[in-house]
Ligand binder design. Structure first.
Ligand code: GDP
Ligand code: FE
Ligand code: FE
Length: 197
């Protein structure tokens, strides 16, 4: 019998590691370990629950390699926003993935589930834990893209400023790629980046 993942206050990291290894290729698994490390660092700096930060860092991309059909059936079954059906894994693995994590790993903590839901597209309102995961995913030690060093520098100064920087960077990236922007990503951009006159 497989051990259940328990997350009330404590969780068994070894069990999570096994679950991740079952679901992810080595490269992405290693990314998760680096996001865990960065999330702990940011939680220490910005005063969030380090155990929750470590947990969300580790598990955030748990669903990234799951088949499309699995997400599509959950979107339909749970009557989620039908707009989601016009997107793909990049958007689904967070928002819909949180439902899979809830069901498969028995995670009920809404703070944790929300951080996972928001890790790709952010949200107009974000908790410190949400911001930590969103940023840790962007600046973990393995990331290498133009702007990452600036993001790391800003992350040393202000968590809100780096969320804003990241959203602007993501929108620029998506626009340059000429891909469809999920309306909720735009809502986040409007809240965090647009400066009202
Ligand atoms: P990863 O899972 O560690 O690769 O990182 P994320 O979960 O943050 O992002 C996954 C991908 O989703 C990235 O390539 C983002 O640029 C992309 N993404 C974020 N918002 C949107 C959006 O609104 N539309 C589309 N098409 N892609 C998006
Ligand atoms: Fe992700
Ligand atoms: Fe990630």
């Amino acid at each position: 019998m497989t051990k259940n993942v328990v997350l009330s206050k404590e969780y068994d990291r070894d069990v999570l590691i096994e679950k991740l290894k079952e679901n992810l290729k080595e490269k992405r698994f290693n990314h998760c370990l680096r996001v865990e490390k960065k999330s702990i660092e940011l939680a220490k700096k910005y005063g969030a629950d380090e155990k929750k930060a470590a947990f969300v860092g580790l598990i955030h991309d748990y669903c990234k390699e799951m088949p499309d059909e699995k997400f599509i059936s959950i979107i339909k079954e749970k009557k989620m926003d039908t707009e989601l059906l016009n997107y793909g894994n990049e958007i689904w693995h967070g928002i819909v993935g949180a439902e899979i994590i809830k069901a498969e790993l028995g995670i009920e903590d809404e703070e944790i589930l929300n951080a996972i839901r928001r890790h790709t597209i952010a949200a107009p309102y974000m908790t410190t834990l949400d911001k930590i995961l969103f940023v840790a995913d962007f600046i973990e030690d393995g990331r290498d893209f133009p702007g990452v060093d600036e993001a790391r520098k800003i992350a040393n100064e202000s968590l809100d400023d780096v969320v804003s920087f990241e959203l602007k960077h993501t929108l620029e990236f998506l626009i340059n790629k000429e891909v469809k922007i999920y309306p909720k990503t735009l809502d986040s951009y409007n809240e965090w980046v647009v400066k009202e006159n």
